[in-house]
Ligand binder design. Structure first.
Ligand code: 4AD
Ligand code: MG
Length: 433
């Protein structure tokens, strides 16, 4: 048998038993004739205690020469030890070195961020990164569980597309054989709309791409987005769903990833507050907030990162800002019948200065109006004929939104930068390793 007999996270079920663990050396301490080896196996951490007089000489030799991140196998007896990392310890009977690691570059001392990013393939082994990646995984599962249990069908849009969705300025272009230019998708939304007309309620969940020239802590060029799209939902229904969705994600992570949040020293009292109802304010009210806070803000502009921070700092829950000037929003958004200068759009801004995590809207469902919008945005109508068909054949009011996964991970984990919220971040100045 090559695979371990037990994983570290399950040690509580094996107290008093002999087990075989396999993993890597996280850290090592010595105290005379005792060596303390901290093993990590991905599932957790455990201190393995090697006592010179209790083991063969060659076992003690291995304990002596083993280095950080060497892989090894350990046989030992499990003992409860409240003060130890993970709550259990292993009294070592036998050790086998699998592969000696030499000069592991990431040592316990401080390293600069560029060095860590260059070594991202190794950096993911460190405790904080492991905690973040486990929380990311739990968020992804919460997202799927939420929609799967509410009658939504997963609907996967293509990644190679012939047209823009969120404006032409951030498209990644590729050469597509004899068919000429194609683009990496910025959003699966337009395709999800066709799914909603077929299946009622759908969601897409996958990587999306933006050739963002902005070098900020909130922008990646490749990020994951989940996009629900619902037939017969108006903007209010859409906001109700977004609110329930965010509450569910945050509360699930609080329940299921306490240990990891603690490892990240996250102030969870801030997350406990993320329960419905969330404040809902109009764009106009958000502009008022900015002006009261001394920002010389011009009505009609979009909010910048700094503006979003000021607005969200007024609340201790996510805030939903709705009804934006149509001019700053995408072509597909429906106008407010009460005021056609406004789009039936909603952005959800996370608390603690994390900015926009959700963007959504009610969609334009009238054929002629949508054709007009495509013209106004100088988009090539021939590429949107299929999309217009959704308005030709049984058009209905419908809505949806997109949640950025990395921004959500970053907020829930309390990270400073999106680059730690994804295994291998892609940014304007980085596409390696
Ligand atoms: O607001 P956005 O651009 O909306 C859309 O793409 C719509 N088509 C979604 C929909 O209605 N189905 O993007 C949605 C979210 C943002 O709120 C943000 O969380 C994230 O995607 N996002 C980014 N995350 C990381 N890096 C970037 N460059 C991002 N751009 C958007
Ligand atoms: Mg947006």
């Amino acid at each position: 048998m090559i695979k371990p007999s037990v994983y570290i996270k399950d040690l509580s079920k094996h107290v008093g038993e002999e087990v075989i663990l396999k993993g890597w050396l996280y850290n090592k301490r010595s105290s005379g004739k005792i060596k303390f080896l901290i093993m990590r196996d991905g599932s957790g951490y455990v201190q393995c205690v090697v006592v010179k007089n209790n083991v063969d000489d060659n076992v003690f030799e291995i304990a002596d020469k083993i280095t950080q991140e060497s892989s090894f196998e350990v046989k030992g007896k499990v003992r409860e030890e409240k003060r130890a990392i993970g709550g259990y310890e292993l009294d070592v009977i036998d050790l086998k070195l699998i592969s000696l690691s030499q000069n592991y570059p990431i040592t316990p001392k401080e390293h600069g961020i560029e060095f860590l990013m260059d070594n991202r393939h190794l950096w993911v082994r460190s405790k904080k990164q492991v905690a973040i990646l486990k929380i990311r995984h739990r968020i992804v599962k919460a997202i799927r569980d939420f929609f799967d249990s509410r009658g939504f069908v997963l609907f996967d849009p293509p990644i190679i597309t012939p047209n823009a969705c969120e404006g032409t300025s951030t498209l990644f272009e590729i050469d597509y054989f004899d068919l000429g230019k194609a683009y990496l998708t910025q959003s699966g939304q337009l395709y999800a709309e066709s799914g909603a007309m077929a299946l009622g309620k759908v969601y897409s969940f996958g990587p999306t791409f933006r050739a963002e020239k902005s070098k900020t802590r909130r922008h990646l060029t490749e990020f994951w987005m989940v996009e629900p799209e619902m037939a017969f939902y108006d903007l209010d229904d859409n906001m109700d769903l977004a609110e329930e969705f965010l509450e569910y994600i945050v509360q699930t992570v609080l329940e299921e990833r306490r240990e990891e949040l603690k490892e990240l020293e996250r102030d969870t009292s801030k997350l406990e507050k993320v329960v419905r109802p969330f404040p809902r304010i109009t764009y106009d009210e958000a502009v008022e907030i900015l002006r009261k806070n001394g920002v010389d803000f011009q009505w009609g502009n979009d909010f910048g990162g700094g503006d979003e921070t000021i607005i969200s700092e007024q609340f201790d829950k996510p805030v939903m800002v709705h009804r934006y000037p149509a001019e700053v929003k995408a072509f597909y958004m429906k106008r407010d019948p009460q005021n056609p200068k406004l789009a039936l759009a909603v952005d959800v801004l996370a608390p603690e200065g994390y900015g926009e995590i959700i963007g959504g809207s009610q969609r334009e469902d009238d054929l002629e109006t949508l054709i007009q919008r495509i013209k106004e945005h100088n988009l090539p109508q021939e590429y949107f004929e299929w999309y217009l068909d959704l308005r030709r054949y049984g058009s209905v009011p419908h809505s949806g939104f997109g949640l950025g996964l990395e921004r959500t991970v970053s907020w829930i984990c309390g990270l400073e930068h999106l680059r730690e919220a994804i295994p291998f971040p892609r940014m304007i100045y980085r596409n390696t390793p």
